[in-house]
Design a binder for this molecule. Structure first.
Ligand code: ATP
Length: 475
């Protein structure tokens, strides 16, 4: 690969090369950018290393670019410049040594090779020279190019040392394998298995960044299987590990819910890049172990796993440091409703569809994607039949929504109107009346229409003895 030609196409490298030249600092572009350049993947984060002060280099570059702002992280000796949608990071080459009892390394100035050695994987430890005289020369001391060709994740040092120094690298190994569809070299994988316990010293925030990247990879089940086999998954997500395994009673076995969940996750991932829909797939059956029963006549049951799973969702989000906001509520809603479309397939009634539209609201499409993904039978005819029935359900949903607009239900008559009309003071009766009107709409007794709702309101009012002569009964 002609790195020189590549770098010459992008003026930022010339700018940085010249800034390094002015300061007399040998400068390199390193790490993920070099890896992705060879793989032809886009990368907006550029890391630059120089033999000297990265902060001074950043200040020079910012000046040469017309006075851009430099964000300096003094404690880490790094500096960052934002250039459009790109982030340029600058650091002086350094050597790191770790002590047994701490994740915090001792950091000293180092050579380029020492800087490359402290990086996690051979494919992330390549550098390209930016000095004028050898601009574009690749520095690849650990066989990064070869390992990219062999699709291999391997540490530059003895993996036991690399992982013990910063155990997050075990998550990163699996993350890169999953994102790039690479293998993890055997000794490297064995070291992950042996050091899995060390993950306990890593913060959940760092773990979850890597987990979410695994979840967003093209076939996330691959990453999850590696997490499971290595023992890492059990360290931070025991609820998911509990899905694994098959129990057999009276020759009746249930399916392995761990592998089923992974298949649902892969199915969802084929049709959506949405991280939270993928999380809903991961959690949809999470309460199956807790609700599992064996019944002599019907075999294995998991009654109520959707409700219990929804109740478990906030606790899992909180522990995993996932956001406790509308994303969590979205996942929780999908977990709670994930069986509903399947039950509709068996018996489609307009009122059941209206109710589902009402409860799912704007998330109904995401819910249908999850439910389609949840059909994982080995029997192709059965899968085809279910999917055809889902088509029917979706057609009906569109018809009913056009007619009744229950998806983002707004009551056709407001509480204020009811108060004024019958000269009531605010109280539970208003809610009861509104509920009765809503129920009538969902049941199909009346349409979601002001006129029909008003007629019903009058009947309800009469029944409740709210109408007297003084009341002004204007519409
Ligand atoms: P991506 O851009 O896909 O997140 P990346 O590895 O390119 O992945 P960063 O996580 O920003 O992006 O890391 C940049 C570089 O820093 C890596 O390529 C690697 O050389 C080094 N690096 C990052 N994290 C670690 C770590 N925990 N241990 C050792 N080296 C690391």
């Amino acid at each position: 690969m002609d790195f020189r030609a590549h770098l010459e196409k992008d003026s930022i490298f010339k700018t940085i090369s010249e800034a390094g030249g002015k300061l007399g600092l040998p400068t390199f572009v390193v790490g993920g950018y070099v890896r992705d350049l060879i793989l032809d993947r886009p990368n907006k984060d550029l890391d630059f290393v120089c033999l000297g002060s990265g902060i001074k280099l950043a200040q020079q570059v910012a000046k040469d670019l017309g006075g851009l702002q430099v964000t300096v992280f003094k404690t880490f000796g790094t500096a960052m410049i934002k250039l459009g949608d790109r982030e340029l990071e600058f650091v002086g080459a350094r050597k790191e040594s770790y002590r047994e009892d701490s994740r915090k390394p001792l950091v000293e100035d180092g050579t380029l090779e020492e800087d490359q050695l402290r990086r996690d994987f051979t494919i992330n430890a390549m550098a390209i020279r930016l000095e004028k005289e050898n601009f574009g020369a690749l520095v690849d001391p650990f066989g990064g190019v070869k390992h990219l060709e062999e699709k291999l994740i391997k540490t530059p040092l003895d993996p036991a040392i690399t992982f013990s120094d910063d155990p997050l690298r075990m998550m990163r190994a699996i993350r890169f394998a999953s994102q790039l569809n690479f293998d993890i070299e055997a000794d490297t994988f064995e070291a992950i298995t042996n050091n899995a316990d060390r993950l306990s010293i890593v913060s959940m925030e760092r773990i979850i960044v890597e987990l979410n990247k695994i979840i967003l990879s093209p076939v996330p089940s691959y990453g999850f299987k590696l997490l499971f086999q290595s023992g890492l998954l059990a360290k931070f997500f025991p609820e998911m590990v509990a899905l694994h395994g098959v129990e057999n009673v009276d020759n009746k076995a249930h399916k392995d819910n761990f592998f089923h969940t992974l298949q649902v996750l892969d199915n969802v991932s084929r049709v959506s890049d949405d991280l939270w829909l993928r999380w809903a797939a991961i959690l949809h059956d999470i309460a199956k172990p807790a609700t599992k029963r064996f019944d002599k006549s019907v075999g294995w049951t998991f009654h109520g796993h959707e409700d219990k799973g929804a109740r478990m969702t906030p606790g899992i989000f909180r522990r995993l440091k996932l956001p406790m906001n509308e994303k969590m509520l979205f996942v929780q809603k999908l977990v709670r409703l994930h069986l509903r479309p399947i039950s509709l397939v068996k018996e489609v009634s307009d009122s059941a569809i209206r109710r589902l539209l009402f409860e799912a609201g704007d998330d109904v499409e995401a819910l249908m994607k999850l439910c389609r993904a949840d059909i994982t039978s080995k029997n192709n005819d059965k899968v085809a039949r279910f999917l055809r029935n889902f088509d029917e359900v979706e057609k009906k949903m569109i018809d009913l929504e056009e007619r009744d607009k229950v998806r983002n239900f707004q009551p056709p008559i407001t509480g204020d109107e009811i108060i004024k009309l019958f000269q009531l003071s605010a109280g539970p009766i208003i809610g009861e009346i509104k509920e009765e009107i809503k129920e009538a709409i969902l049941e199909g007794v009346i349409r979601n229409d002001r006129q029909e709702a008003h007629e019903l309101l009058m009947k309800i009012a009469e029944k409740k003895g709210l109408i007297n002569n003084e009341v002004n009964l204007k519409k």
